[in-house]
Design a protein around this ligand. Sequence first.
Ligand SMILES: Cc1ncc(COP(=O)(O)O)c(C=O)c1O
Length: 394
Amino acid sequence: MTDASTWVSRDVSRISMSAIKEMAMRSAKVPGAASLTWGLPSFRTPEHIRQAVVLALEDDPEIGKYALPDGLPELRQIIARQHVAETGITVDPDRNVVVTAGNMEGLNALFHVLIDPGDEIIVTDPGFASHFQQIRLCGGEPVFWKLDEARGWRLDVDALPGLISERTKGIVLVTPSNPTGKIFTEAELRRVGEIARARNLLVLLDDPYSHFVYENREAYFNLASVPELREHVAYLFTFSKTYAMSGWRLGYMIIPDALKREVLKVHDATMICAPRISQVAGLAALTEEPVHLSRFEDILAERRELICRRLDRVGHVFEYVKPEGAYYVFPRVVAEHDDSFAFAIRLLEQARVTVTPGSAFGPSGEHHVRLAYCVAEETIETAFDRIEDYFGRA
Ligand SMILES: Cc1ncc(COP(=O)(O)O)c(C=O)c1O
């Protein structure tokens, strides 16, 4: 008889399936469940991007072929121009830009470059669950840097030096944060950058959400815009959310010259290149004015107000901090429960509402749940009607 478990490596055995996808799969088996689990916006890829792809399929004889490993030259050029426009930092399309199959693939390549078994990467707690899994898959250890919940999930920069060891290679940051929606301040981020530079660490800025900051645009700061940090920052942008292109699998990274060849070794060995057709879509996305963006942001802003209004009515179930950006809220569960996973399963099975258990986002996430409000308003309304029916009104 075959015992498949003997085939499975230690690194794979010790990680678990992302709780987000786990809940999405369980939810799919519950007819009519109102799902707030997956951060998958309800928007369609904008028309002009789809049209550019239709044209390329008709007219471009190369469209079905591999691209160069680091991406189409014209796309890398426009990315470099975009980066200067957004950060003021000049980068070279050949030396600093790699087009990826999304930020997950980009981060995976970077973690492979950085991590020897036992090396450490500092991640915020709570933070994005998949980062922890990727680090472990490379034989590394995520080191949890507790966010300050009492002060609205701020960075606790004073605690950072105490987490750095001989084995530390990098620090991962997401702002606005997934799962808390917190925008980290410029002052905090600059201090993190200074510590990273002094200790020769790489800061990995994973950026899916910087275009969703609502009334807090002034509060958003991109650490990749600090000239002194250019050798210590890897900036990763994904088209998934800003351009509603999650299924196209496209992103890019801006990295120090010295890392590009190393990253390409991993990228080539896993992907060869980002799908060419998606690169054509990306080219259209960056060439045209992103007129869809204010509409996306306005709709998400309304959904944020809606979910906060509904959360205000169930203070006996959830206590929350209003999110500043992205499209998640991360309330503490104050209703009676054992742990966040059991709570999420109970909510799904007994109330037909799907949420993501907070424990997936790190130790500090226990007794919280993540609610994604990028879904249609009626899904949010249905979910909260059911929560009110199940727990009773306050
Ligand atoms: C913090 C964070 N990083 C990365 C991703 C995935 O990005 P991509 O689709 O570019 O792989 C997500 C998606 O939810 C995310 O929230």
